[in-house]
Design a protein around this ligand. Structure first.
Ligand code: RIB
Ligand code: CA
Length: 310
């Protein structure tokens, strides 16, 4: 069976960095492009970070294409306090040699989907995906799978109701969730089960590789944020769960559901309303419910250890 062709649409972001490096170390999938969107930090920074990460992964051949600079409606509200001012924990980086594509992210997504079956992993605000739907009607039928990190079944992380990726562009999320593509959603109640602890950060440092050193460096301030915000240093690997879903089909338990996004509630704007009633058990939209963290971390450690010592 051919390896899925994958585009990662991302707003790096420290947990995006882990997801991207996991994907680029895994033979089960063929990552053919990285598309960027504004989210954790602005589009200039997320695009620069994507170029940095692709170079760090030793994949200067990969297309890195800039996408939307803000939500469909309103203005971007960054999450800089979570990921550092540069979006990757404020480490020192050389200017990456990997160029930015001339093509807009949405056109790269459309072209790749038209060429052959495509899987999209969306781990930032869904603005590019909504623009793809609007500018290329029917494109959903060319997308084999859309795996989204976003939403929450019970409690948000930006407000009590809203998770960041959906909160950052609720109109885009509402359009994507109502689209005709097969969606697998990894909401916060799933991603909060997928964590790295200080022993895992020590493991990354102990690899003696540039990837291990850089990741540990990015994850340290991210762990400090988690300690302040959640009361412990376990770092939540939100975005890596979306990649893991492709590497280990069936490892994440899912249920069929109907998902809608609230766009107008005074207290609930950005909420994902996830209806798991049995009438939706066979829905083409699946929602992650449970992950075995020991197995997930084992795969993550093994893949990240594959990067060379340089
Ligand atoms: O709520 C978690 C999501 O928001 C992750 O994708 C993280 O990178 C931020 O974008
Ligand atoms: Ca992200």
């Amino acid at each position: 069976m051919a390896r899925p062709r994958v585009v990662i649409d991302t707003d790096p972001g420290v947990d995006d960095a882990v997801a991207i490096l996991l994907a680029l170390a895994s033979e089960e999938i063929d990552v053919c492009a990285i598309t960027t969107v504004a989210g954790n930090v602005g589009i200039d920074k997320t695009t620069l970070n994507a170029r940095r990460l692709v170079e760090l992964a030793g994949r200067p051949d990969l297309t890195v294409a800039r996408g939307a600079a803000g939500p469909l409606v309103g203005a971007l509200d960054e999450a800089g306090e979570v990921h550092g001012l540069d979006g990757l924990g404020d480490l020192e980086w050389d200017e990456p040699g990997v160029p930015e594509a001339d093509e807009h992210a949405v056109e790269v997504l459309a072209r790749l989907a038209e060429e052959a079956p495509l899987t999209i992993v969306a781990i930032g605000p869904l603005t590019n995906l909504a623009l793809l739907q609007a500018r290329h009607p029917g494109i959903e039928s060319r997308v084999e799978r859309l795996v989204v990190m976003g939403g929450a079944s019970f409690h948000g992380n930006v407000t009590a109701a809203a998770e960041f990726n959906v909160w950052a562009d609720p109109e885009a999320a509402a359009r994507v969730m109502s689209g005709a593509w097969p969606i697998t959603l990894m909401p916060l109640d799933l991603t909060h089960q997928a964590v790295l602890n200080d022993a895992d950060l020590d493991y990354l440092r102990g690899l003696g590789t540039t990837v291990g050193e850089r990741l540990a460096g990015m994850l340290e301030p991210y762990a400090a944020f988690h300690d302040q915000w959640y009361g412990n240093r376990d770092v939540i690997m939100h975005d890596a769960t979306a990649v893991y879903e492709l590497l280990a089909p069936g490892a994440i338990e899912t249920v069929g559901a109907h998902v809608e996004v609230e766009t107008s509630g005074r207290l609930t704007r950005g909420e994902t309303v996830i209806d798991r009633r049995r009438g939706f058990a066979h829905s083409s939209t699946r929602v992650g419910t449970r992950i075995d963290n020991d197995r997930f971390v084992g795969v993550l450690r093994e893949r990240l250890a594959r990067y060379p010592l340089v």
